[in-house]
Design a binder for this molecule. Structure first.
Ligand SMILES: [Zn+2]
Length: 489
């Protein structure tokens, strides 16, 4: 018996505000334990929270980027539960009046296994509904070490948004495509850095099976706090197979909260699932309701940047880039911004994307340089491209210049580097003519082959000249003169 998989997500994203949601403590990641705390975020009696306005703006920005409606009147609520990392014993969140609701995302989903590393796979489009997005505070962190547990409150009060989707996903590939899309949208909007390795983005997966697409939903489990995109895919595959085996044997699924252990490749039950009523939600009496007027909403809307899917369509539709190039560029905002600057400076779009996808990406990888750490900028790259396309240096010499531009402390321009490295291309016909004559004189066999109809022999003769010139001869001129010489007799 086969089943349809039904998946919904709850994604927690830390916002990139400088200070926490209800106090002025810093949100810096990785600080010494309990150094970014105060009486408010450690819940001393008698303290009062003051809502950080930027948290509301970032949440609305995320909502607009995901085509949500915005609640003009919303409120914060207390969600009660006891856990040692939550000094207040309640989390300030939003219950029945979230800031954003009823949005959607149109995804492009590549077919097959999302982790097989294959590019250029056929894809289909899929609309996924966003149920709601609300603001809330993060809890602290428990550190278990050498038989001792310590509490670090630095994370208490870090602002979060929770994005809840409709149960619209049917495969791990769709979830993977969504999380990638969401990450890109939030990074482009400057709402979050979405660094999963720092816990800035965490995913809960609700999953159930049903015998057919028109059957009612089955009992679901919730796998909590998955910390990477690939782990999310593995956790989904595992839980789907586990539920399928249980159901095929005629068993029933228990509504549990699960934890995914990515190293062992299996999940285990943490606790039985609680319902909303277990949290005794009630309106937060210490914070005024949030009222969003037209002026405020319009100013937030005006601050939205060009979103990645819009940018992708522009690259393909207006700049004529292949879809593969557009996906590569849009996949990283820094590289995509650099590309746009180079286009503005006048380089041909396809040339820029070729350089970025090949040499720049390779050198970044080899030297451990992030795209955001490139010192030469759009000006350096367009200057280099002009030197190659204008015939001053060969393409391979261009690669050497770029390599030098990656060395630490190198401040010289591409033009200065061409001089310093002696890479200027030789296009002078009389010089090249002499070199061609020498090559013809010393390669009788290749000459005879070419004249006998083997056109490929030309490549080897041209290669001799390139070698003799140490790569500096202009290949187009060499080709032209070599053909003329060979046709002479
Ligand atoms: Zn504080």
């Amino acid at each position: 018996m086969e089943f349809e998989t039904v998946i919904g997500l709850e994604v927690h994203v830390e916002l990139s505000t400088k200070s926490k949601i209800y106090c002025t403590c810093s949100t810096e990641f990785g600080a010494e334990e309990n150094t970014h705390i105060c009486p408010v975020c450690t819940a001393f009696p008698g303290t009062l929270p003051a809502l950080n306005k930027q948290v509301v703006e970032y949440c609305i920005k995320a909502g607009l980027a995901l085509d949500c409606k915005i609640n003009r009147y919303s409120r914060q609520d207390r969600k009660h539960y006891f856990y040692p990392d939550l000094p207040k014993a309640f989390q300030t969140s939003q219950f029945d009046l979230p800031l954003c609701y009823d949005g959607f995302v149109d995804l492009r989903v590549p077919e097959g296994d999302p982790l097989d590393g294959k590019a250029n796979k056929p894809s289909y489009t899929k609309r996924v509904g966003i149920t709601r997005i609300h603001i809330e505070e993060d809890a602290g962190k428990l550190i278990h070490e050498a038989g001792v547990t310590r509490l670090d409150c630095n994370r208490c009060g870090i602002p979060l948004i929770e994005i809840v989707t409709e149960p619209d996903f049917r495969t791990a590939g769709e979830v993977y495509a969504f999380l990638n899309h969401l990450r890109a949208v939030l990074i482009y909007s400057d709402v979050s850095n979405c660094r999963m390795e720092e816990g800035s983005m965490r995913c809960d997966v609700n999953l159930s099976l049903r015998p057919s697409a028109d059957a009612p939903f089955g009992t679901r489990t919730e796998t909590k706090n998955i910390a990477s995109l690939s782990a999310t895919v593995r956790a989904i595959e595992y839980e789907r197979n586990r539920q399928r085996k249980v159901l095929q044997k005629g068993g029933t699924i228990t509504q549990n909260t699960l934890r995914w252990d990515d190293e062992r490749g299996e999940n285990y039950a943490m606790r039985s699932k609680e319902d909303a009523q277990d949290y005794f939600y009630f309106p937060e009496p210490d914070i005024m309701p949030i009222v969003v007027d037209d002026e405020w909403l319009n100013s937030i809307r005006a601050s939205l940047p060009e979103l990645p899917h819009v940018r992708r369509n522009r690259y393909v539709g207006e700049l004529g880039l292949p879809e593969y190039d557009a996906d590569f560029l849009v996949g990283d905002k820094v590289i995509s911004d650099l590309f746009d600057e180079c286009v503005t400076l006048g380089s041909a779009p396809k040339s820029i994307s070729n350089w970025l996808m090949s040499d720049v990406a390779r050198l970044c990888n080899d030297t451990g340089t992030g795209f955001d750490q490139l010192r030469f900028g759009a000006k350096g790259l367009t200057d280099l491209i002009s030197l190659v396309e204008g015939g001053t240096i060969s393409r391979s010499a261009g690669s050497k210049v770029l390599e030098s531009m990656f060395t630490p402390d190198e401040r010289r321009s591409p033009e200065e580097l061409v001089k310093a490295l002696g890479l200027a291309q030789v296009s002078d016909e009389s010089t090249i003519l002499e070199m061609c004559k020498t090559a013809i004189a010393s390669n009788e066999k290749a000459v005879a082959d070419y004249r006998g109809g083997k056109e490929k022999a030309l490549t080897s003769l041209v290669g001799q000249v390139m070698k003799a010139s140490r790569g500096k001869a202009n290949p187009a001129v060499v080709n032209k003169l070599m053909k003329e010489l060979l046709a002479e007799q």
